[in-house]
Write a new protein. Structure first.
Ligand code: UTP
Length: 295
């Protein structure tokens, strides 16, 4: 029987430079996909996957993230006085239960691995999930839920992977795999391999289930690509002693941390809403063109 995945870390302390100037004063994670901050969708995915406690890593200029998940007393009273009860109810339902969301500060943006490590004391000695808040992963069944289920069956670590066209592999972090009696396991991770050298066309996407030993590795991890403490570097060390299994996600992923993915996500989510679809005014063919532009 595997230990349940109860906690999820959402690192949200980066600068979001690819979305400047929007992110000069607005956290990238609060940019809206239609009428909800992208982070809202990610937190909802975590809770829909059975997570009981979400830990958001924030930093300077990110205070609005905490406010978004707080009970907005004045707003609630004002909406109810104006008779707007359905809207007030919707906002209240969207606020996580008290104690089910915590915030930890990453004082310096030293990389994704460092951001995950800052949550170590809140996670403690148990396996946990990581969700990247700019990766909107749309599917009938939440990506993280499938990964949590895989962990319940086989234990170890699980990373979400997706398939790209082989000629695009040089744009991504690519995994190499080896078959075992219990299904494939990850044997290597290569960040943006030179064209023609990629070991597969499966790239790491934005969800992880990790064992707590990763924290000890991150503690000693030296800066890697971009001078940042990289989660993938720590995972390379972890895989020397523990299995990392791939979960191939087959839904739609939008990288909302860059303009093409952000626009495509907004078009997709608006087109899926009956009240907004007529305003989007584009056909599915145009959407798939937009999706290709993301890759
Ligand atoms: P990204 O590399 O996509 O975010 O990290 P970024 O650094 O904010 O973006 P750019 O490259 O400057 O445009 C993935 C997630 O990890 C968080 C980010 O906030 C983002 O949600 N992150 C990254 C941290 O929390 N701390 C860091 O030091 C770096």
């Amino acid at each position: 029987m595997q230990q349940k995945i109860r906690k999820a870390i959402i690192p949200a302390a980066g600068f979001g430079t690819r979305m400047l100037p929007a992110t000069k004063s607005i956290p990238k994670e609060l940019l809206t996909i239609v009428d909800r901050p992208v982070l809202d969708y990610i937190v909802a995915e975590a809770f829909a996957s059975g997570i009981e406690h979400v830990i958001i890593v924030t930093g300077r200029m990110k205070g609005a993230i905490e406010d978004h998940f707080d009970h907005a007393f004045e707003l609630d009273v004002s909406l109810r006085n104006a008779g707007k009860h359905p809207l007030a109810d919707r906002i209240a339902q969207n606020t996580p239960a008290a104690g089910s969301i915590s915030f930890v500060r990453q004082q310096q943006a030293r990389g994704l691995g460092h951001a995950v490590w800052t949550a170590r004391h809140i996670v403690g000695d148990e396996p946990f999930a990581v969700l990247l808040p700019d990766m909107l992963m749309v599917a009938d069944r939440p990506c993280l839920k499938s990964m949590v289920d895989l962990h319940a069956l086989q234990g170890g670590n699980v990373i979400a992977v997706e398939r790209c066209a082989p000629e695009d592999a040089h744009k991504f972090g690519i995994v190499s795999l080896k078959p075992t009696a219990d299904g494939p396991i990850v044997t290597g991770l290569v960040e943006k391999p030179a064209p023609g050298t990629a070991p597969s066309n499966l790239y790491i996407s934005g969800r992880y289930v990790l064992q707590p030993e990763i924290f000890d590795i991150l503690e000693k991890q030296t800066p890697g690509a971009g001078g940042e403490i990289q989660l993938t570097d720590a995972m390379l060390t972890l895989m020397e002693t523990q299995a990392i299994r791939p979960f191939e996600f087959s839904g739609r992923t939008f990288d909302c941390g860059m303009p093409a993915g952000f626009v495509a996500a907004n078009l997709h989510m608006a087109a899926a809403r009956p009240d907004l679809a007529p305003y989007v005014g584009i056909e599915i063919e145009a959407l798939s063109l937009a999706r290709r532009a993301v890759a």
